[in-house]
Design a protein around this ligand. Structure first.
Ligand code: KG4
Ligand code: ZN
Length: 339
């Protein structure tokens, strides 16, 4: 079964064809990132306009690269939530038109479920497993019971890990996205140069809080500026990255031990982070747990992961009605219309 996936939740316009949820036949991404860098973050209206300009070409290229026409496609899967609403609407409406014109079923896909599926196209992992999802907008620990059954075990109470890295990076004067810049700079710094407080979250033992850490970095920079003291940015980047990854891995370890999981999956844009990758390998080696990480090319937003998850949603019976809408927020454990 061949699924055409379409993704437009943030600044990547993407389309891909994936066979049987696992075999990527094509994967095309057009990004407006360079334009957003000028503003230090994604500008929603620019993202929407770039999606509108590039979506037809991106979908055409994805079909051509897969050696397909719409006749060969079994269903169109599209990201409908969560994300920037104007950006999502471009993909959703394009997918609706395409599905109607070609008389194909339309499958709504949750963006974060898609990030988890980036592991299905990278390796041979199957649910159940425990997943740490870390992106620009989400930091979750989720028990993935089946391809379409999710239980949230921990979540961030404030900033997502990627968001905190991006904001801290901006204050350090690094290029957007800060998460990528911090990862690149950290090997040149001393990760023990700055000590940051371990955030305590009382409401749930598996929840995260990154805004205090982020503020601690920003205060360190502002204090140094006021006192005219020069800070080594590489030291600060390495220390902050260590603090963020420590929080992620500590809660992941606790959740896996308490809930009895021995299969661990990492997903989301921050899963590209070299320290998170090495620390999760260390953790899983210590406990003799199986670890699955997405290939680097599938860590960030792409449509192959949407087509993969779309396949599992489709065979599970999820098909969008004609009234499919886009949503800026949507919990990962909520199924389309059935809840
Ligand atoms: O999943 P994603 O592409 O978009 C969302 O769904 O949010 O994640 C983007 C986030 C950004 O915050 C970016 O800084 C972060 O992923 N990111 C990284 C790395 N690559 C991307 N953070 C740390 N290290 C990286 N190598
Ligand atoms: Zn994403």
């Amino acid at each position: 079964m061949k699924i055409l996936g379409i993704e437009s939740s943030c600044d990547e316009t993407a389309a891909a064809v994936v066979e049987d949820g696992r075999k990527v036949l094509s994967n095309v991404i057009a990004s407006s990132l360079e334009e957003h860098k000028l503003y230090g973050g994604v500008v929603p209206e620019i993202a929407s306009r770039r999606h509108a300009e590039s979506i037809s070409g991106v979908v055409r290229e994805a079909l051509e690269n897969a050696d397909c026409t719409m006749k060969d496609i079994d269903a169109v899967a599209v990201t409908y939530a969560p994300g920037l609403i104007g950006a999502l609407l471009v993909g959703v409406n394009f997918a609706k038109g395409l599905a109607l014109a070609s008389d194909k079923p339309l499958v709504p896909v949750h963006h974060i479920r898609g990030h988890i599926a980036s592991n299905y196209i990278s390796g041979d992992v199957e649910p159940p497993f425990l997943c740490l999802i870390v992106s620009g907008g989400h930091s979750h620990i989720v028990a993935v019971r089946s391809y379409t059954d999710f239980e949230i075990i921990g979540r961030t109470r404030d900033d997502a890990a990627g968001e905190a890295l991006d904001k801290a990076g901006r204050t350090m004067g690094l290029e957007y996205p800060g998460g990528v810049s911090i990862d690149r700079l950290s090997p040149q710094g001393d990760e023990n140069a700055f000590k940051f407080p371990k955030p305590k979250v009382s409401s749930s033992e598996y929840d995260f809080s990154f805004s205090g850490l982020k503020t601690a970095v920003i205060n360190t920079i502002h204090n140094a500026q006021q006192k005219n003291i020069e800070i080594n940015t590489a030291d600060l980047a390495a220390s902050f990255q260590k603090a963020v990854v420590d929080c992620l891995v500590t809660n992941l370890e606790k959740a896996a031990c308490d809930r009895g999981f021995n299969k661990i999956v990492i997903a989301g844009g921050v899963s590209a982070n070299s320290r998170l990758r090495s620390e999760s390998k260390r953790l899983c080696a210590k406990h003799k747990w199986q670890l699955f990480l997405p290939e680097l090319k599938y860590c960030g937003d792409n449509a192959a992961m949407i087509a993969s998850q779309g396949y599992y949603e489709f065979i599970g019976g999820t098909i969008a009605g004609e009234d499919l809408n886009a949503y800026a927020t949507m919990p990962i454990d909520k199924n389309y219309k059935t809840d």
